[in-house]
Design a binder for this molecule. Structure first.
Ligand SMILES: NC(=O)c1ccc[n+]([C@@H]2O[C@H](COP(=O)([O-])OP(=O)(O)OC[C@H]3O[C@@H](n4cnc5c(N)ncnc54)[C@H](OP(=O)(O)O)[C@@H]3O)[C@@H](O)[C@H]2O)c1
Length: 246
């Protein structure tokens, strides 16, 4: 499959697509001819993004739902498949920091840690369980997990989020090992620091002009999807370093 057919005509599910990186990915993938299902909890901003993509000639549909809600997952996957067809590319981008301001791990409520894991780890796992079997039967598919440097570095106060992202990295690697030879590619991508709502919530003192634009990062992640030889299954890739090896 060449880079064009990797995206054009594909059914794509992107969680957290109403703003930030997810929105940029949805816009760029639709511009490349994918049929995109955009997932988020708040319907208003989601429908605005869908309308903008359609106005530019793209194929996009809104799916309202909470990826951290066990009861919502089959509905999210079913609606997405009904609207855009078989999902060839799933991007687990929605994520939560947990309560902000961020707090020390020992000051974190167990319920808050569990809620972060539901949204950032278990929800994506549930969605992949629904979607990856069909990908394997078709012999093709890409699953992307959005990671973070907090998965690797033990930043004080980033505990619940960092734990969830570290676990998701390992989920990604183990799924890749188990799906080897099926044609399903599993990636983990650290996007690097971006000027988004999430970054502002975590680090309100940061200078936005020092941060990457989500659109730049989305372009690199799409290049990873398009180039399996440089982004093989099981890889953990850092978007800021991607250009350097291209
Ligand atoms: N920004 C950074 O500097 C940075 C750095 C490293 C890694 N990352 C990772 O990159 C990804 C994108 O981050 P971002 O900064 O673009 O985030 P963002 O601006 O906060 O956007 C988050 C998106 O996810 C949706 N969302 C949140 N919780 C959800 C849930 N439970 N179910 C469904 N949708 C949900 C939000 O819409 P609703 O609120 O309407 O649901 C929104 O569309 C995340 O995985 C993040 O951890 C970001």
């Amino acid at each position: 499959m060449d880079a064009n057919t990797m995206i054009r005509g594909q059914g794509v599910l992107i969680t957290g697509a109403s703003r930030g990186l997810g929105r940029a990915l949805a816009e760029q993938l639709a511009a490349k001819g994918a049929r995109v299902a955009l997932v988020a909890r708040d319907a208003g901003p989601l429908h605005e993004v869908v309308a903008e993509i359609r106005a530019r000639g793209g194929i996009a549909h809104a799916v309202t739902g909470d990826v951290g809600d066990k009861e919502a997952i089959h509905k999210i996957a079913g609606q997405a498949q009904g609207l855009v067809g078989e999902i060839g590319i799933a991007i687990h981008n929605a994520s939560t920091l947990g309560p902000t301001p961020l707090r020390l791990l020992l000051d974190t409520e167990c319920e808050d840690l569990a809620a972060v894991l539901e949204t950032n780890l278990v929800g994506p796992f549930r969605l992949t369980k629904i979607l990856a079997g069909a990908m394997a039967l078709r012999g093709a598919g890409v699953v992307v997990h959005l990671s973070s440097d907090a998965a690797i570095e033990p930043y004080p106060r980033w505990g619940a989020y960092g734990v969830s992202k570290a676990a998701q990295d390992q989920l990604s690697r183990i799924l890749a090992a188990e799906l080897e030879g099926t044609g399903v590619r599993i990636l983990a991508v650290d996007p690097g620091e971006m000027d988004t709502v999430m970054h502002a919530a975590a680090m309100p003192e940061a200078d936005p002009t020092s941060l990457q634009r989500p659109s730049e990062v989305a372009r690199r992640i799409i290049a990873m999807i398009e180039h399996p030889e440089r982004a093989p299954s099981g890889a953990r890739l850092a978007a800021p370093q991607w250009e350097a090896v291209s």
